[in-house]
Design a protein around this ligand. Structure first.
Ligand SMILES: [Zn+2]
Length: 290
């Protein structure tokens, strides 16, 4: 890591160079943007590795801490890798380097790159993952599906499309605005069905399938829908009404948020370079469809 230049005689430009931003200042900005108090009880957001006193000149954003994004962060001399998904969500007994989590952490520590997660605390805010997807779809009258004490915050979003469209056209719109993935967009429902009210949840949202705001929507967009929850929702919709389903890539649904987060960080930390990884960390590489 380069030392600061000698300021030299007074009046030189180097003398007015700003102090490097510290990791603790980054942590304070992150807490203002995505307060940890908004995280789910089971979640583990926050600093995973790094010295709060270390300088941070550049931050790399990614959805996942995996080999590709860690290698990118190291290769680009990032001082901090900020990810959406916690690397250490459940207890670990070892960070030996024959396990991938240990290997990733060791690589980051050796390179002087800290690791920080902003997960469900970044989902619930007014510019979080689901709110970003709602904005990109152009939804209006948007509100959280599961609001917390603050009605502007909460998991998922429900809103109205600015005009009536069909389920198939909405799937096409999603396919256009999301980065490409092997799984694409899967639909459950009549391709020509009219849709106006959209419920959505970035990431795995099957826990909201029975929520009244989702049941009352024309379509529910989320990720990682498994056979039984999707089948049960579909059958229930046949007899009592309920939304069509659009299943999108978990990574893609949350990757859209990174640009929003990067802009917020640039405004909060004007001396820090912030870049977004476009590495596709969706775990699926291909699909065969016939
Ligand atoms: Zn996620």
């Amino acid at each position: 890591m380069p030392e600061r230049e000698d300021p030299g005689p007074s009046g030189s430009t180097a003398a007015s160079a700003p102090e490097p931003t510290s990791l603790s200042e980054v942590l304070a900005a992150v807490e203002r943007l995505w307060p940890v108090s908004g995280a789910e009880e089971w979640d583990a957001p926050g600093l995973v590795s790094g010295d709060p006193d270390q300088p941070v000149r550049s931050i790399r954003l990614a959805v996942d801490a995996v080999a590709e994004t860690v290698d990118e962060a190291v290769a680009t001399d990032a001082d901090l890798l900020l990810v959406h998904h916690p690397l250490l969500l459940r207890g670990v007994a070892t960070i030996a380097e024959d396990r991938y989590k240990g290997a990733l952490l060791a690589r980051l520590v050796r390179a002087g790159c800290a690791l920080l997660g902003a997960h469900t605390n970044a989902d619930v805010v007014g510019s979080g993952t689901s709110a970003t997807l709602a904005a990109r779809l152009g939804l209006i009258d948007v509100r959280p599906i599961a609001a917390g004490a603050d009605p502007a915050r909460g998991i998922g979003r429900v809103g109205e499309l600015p005009g009536r469209t069909t389920l198939g056209r909405l799937a096409g719109l999603l396919s256009d605005l999301l980065p490409a993935t092997a799984g694409g967009v899967r639909g459950s429902g009549d391709y020509e069905a009219p849709v106006r009210r959209v419920a959505l949840c970035g990431g795995a949202g099957d826990s909201l399938l029975s929520h009244p705001a989702v049941r009352g929507a024309d379509v529910y967009i989320t990720s990682d829908l498994r056979h039984h929850p999707a089948s049960e929702a579909r059958e229930q919709a046949r007899i009592a009404g309920g939304p069509a389903l659009l299943d999108i890539s978990h990574w893609a649904s949350e990757w859209l948020w990174l640009d929003v987060a990067a802009d917020e960080l640039r405004r909060a930390l004007p001396h820090v370079e912030v870049t977004v990884s476009d590495a596709r960390t969706d775990p699926w590489d291909f699909a065969v469809v016939r």
